[in-house]
Design a protein. Structure first.
Length: 186
């Protein structure tokens, strides 16, 4: 939802209540940063860590840098899942969630995506440490990409440093660095 020059996502997870993403510094980012005093809120800026740090009160703590990326190729093709793993896809309106469960029922990998009229956005693509290097992340991306209704809609995501390297090999391009900050839980 548009909010004071940025996009607000009400994530409601155990780690994060709300997240704002701003394409540039603006009065709205300053207003939100100065108005929030509780932890579990995240501010993200398409820009440098230094620019975001300069805009925030001292209670905010910078997080590791990320990258705003766009896909330059079509959906990814995934190999079959390893024996015993199973894929589950849930869809709620324009939001899709994919989970891959390990043979013992443990969550091995997951991710979400949402489609608007302007973009198809991948979010929270994660593979558990002990299930990496098995193609599960690619399987999550492929299953989410298959939920995309409009092939003309640009595919976007925010990647960590490790993710940036992986996504670049899959044909994604960095559009901008993303700086992020939260108020730590004390």
């Amino acid at each position: 939802m548009h909010d004071r020059g940025g996009i607000r996502v009400d994530t409601g997870s155990e780690n994060e209540v709300k997240r704002w993403v701003f394409p540039r510094l603006c009065d709205g980012l300053h207003e939100i940063a100065h108005g929030i005093t509780a932890p579990r809120h995240t501010l993200k800026l398409c820009g440098s860590d230094e620019a975001l740090r300069d805009a925030l009160p001292d209670r905010w703590e910078l997080q590791p840098g990320n990258y705003f990326m766009i896909a330059t190729t079509a959906c990814h093709d995934a190999k079959p899942l390893p024996d015993g793993y199973r894929l589950q896809v849930d869809r709620y309106d324009a939001v899709s969630r994919v989970c891959i469960l390990a043979p013992d029922g443990e969550l091995a990998a997951n991710g979400c995506a949402a489609e608007t009229m302007d973009a198809f956005i991948y979010d929270r693509i994660e593979t558990a440490q002990n299930h990496r290097r098995k193609g599960l992340g690619l399987a999550v991306m492929a299953a989410l990409g298959a939920a995309r209704r409009s092939p003309a809609t640009p595919q976007l995501l925010v990647a960590t440093e490790d993710g940036r390297s992986l996504y670049a090999k899959l044909g994604w391009t960095v559009l901008a660095p993303i700086a992020a900050a939260t108020i730590p839980i004390r």
